[in-house]
Design a protein around this ligand. Structure first.
Ligand SMILES: NC(=O)c1ccc[n+]([C@@H]2O[C@H](COP(=O)([O-])OP(=O)(O)OC[C@H]3O[C@@H](n4cnc5c(N)ncnc54)[C@H](OP(=O)(O)O)[C@@H]3O)[C@@H](O)[C@H]2O)c1
Length: 245
């Protein structure tokens, strides 16, 4: 897709991959709207980048998603790109009764939100000459790490939904991308790290971004990045490797 002159809504733009996309697309001459739950973070980002539009939104809440979509469409009718990026990663032990509120929050954030937001923008995008929906899945969509089974299942669902969405939009100009990151060094899972400054490992965000932007520019609609390629291509064979500990 063209990477300039778009109006782009990125969910979860307050850190990590979403913030990196926001800064990159801004530098390429796009109008960028980001959302997240952390008001202070959004204010800091708006202070640093005056042109980035920010909205507080909890994408796990249906009413927040509806308000966000109608606010964006009425204030930024040129909106033509949605990046479904906001994500939550939790550990879940399936051998004991689970806390359903936790499970639902992970499913609502990672699956229900992209489904609902996509459906709220699809008709608006279908009337555009150029538009795109970019779903951020994961290498874990193809090979689960067993200590975060719900997270991995939500990402497998995003892969499946992306295939169906691409089919449903095939007679429109809307391009449907899936970017599957490998482990990337962001704040993901930082709530379970005692030292918040500690890195969770993974590839540097800048390296991930370069490969992901290349996929977007060259219309590589299914884009597993770096290590995630292995998981995508060699699913079953990777399971023992991924779960070797
Ligand atoms: N980093 C990795 O290793 C990796 C690997 C594969 C896939 N991914 C995927 O990449 C995406 C971005 O994650 P990241 O690595 O950049 O992690 P991150 O630094 O923790 O960023 C997550 C973003 O999602 C937002 N978010 C979470 N829950 C939200 C909610 N209910 N409503 C609105 N925003 C919400 C957060 O904003 P607030 O906290 O301000 O709400 C934050 O901006 C996720 O979908 C993740 O699953 C990451």
């Amino acid at each position: 897709m063209k990477t300039t002159g778009n109006t782009i809504l990125i969910t979860g733009g307050t850190s990590g991959i979403g913030l990196a996309f926001a800064e990159e697309f801004l530098s390429l001459g796009n109008t960028v709207i980001i959302c997240g739950r952390r008001k202070e973070r959004l204010a800091e980002i708006a202070q640093k980048h005056k042109e980035i539009v920010t909205q507080v939104c909890d994408v796990a809440e249906a009413s927040d998603r509806e308000n966000l979509a109608s606010w964006v469409i009425s204030n930024y009718p040129n909106v033509n790109v949605l990046i479904n990026n906001a994500g939550l990663q939790l550990l879940t032990d399936l051998t004991k009764p689970v806390d359903l509120n936790r499970v639902n929050s992970e499913i609502n954030t990672n699956v229900t939100a992209p489904i609902h937001l996509t459906s709220l923008f699809a008709q608006h995008f279908s009337a555009k000459k150029e538009a795109a929906i970019i779903n951020i899945s994961s290498g874990l969509a193809f090979v689960p790490i067993a200590f975060m089974p719900v997270y991995c299942a939500t990402k497998a669902a995003i892969h499946s939904i992306t295939l169906s969405l691409r089919h449903q939009l095939k007679n429109t100009a809307v391009k449907v991308f899936e970017i599957a990151p490998p482990a990337v060094d962001t704040e993901l899972g930082s709530d379970r790290r005692a030292d918040k400054t500690q890195s969770h490992g993974g590839m540097p965000v800048a390296d991930f971004l370069a490969e992901a932007m290349d996929a977007i520019k060259t219309d590589k609609l299914m884009a597993p990045i770096a290590m995630a390629k292995n998981s995508y291509e060699n699913r079953e064979a990777m399971f023992d490797f991924m779960n070797r500990n």
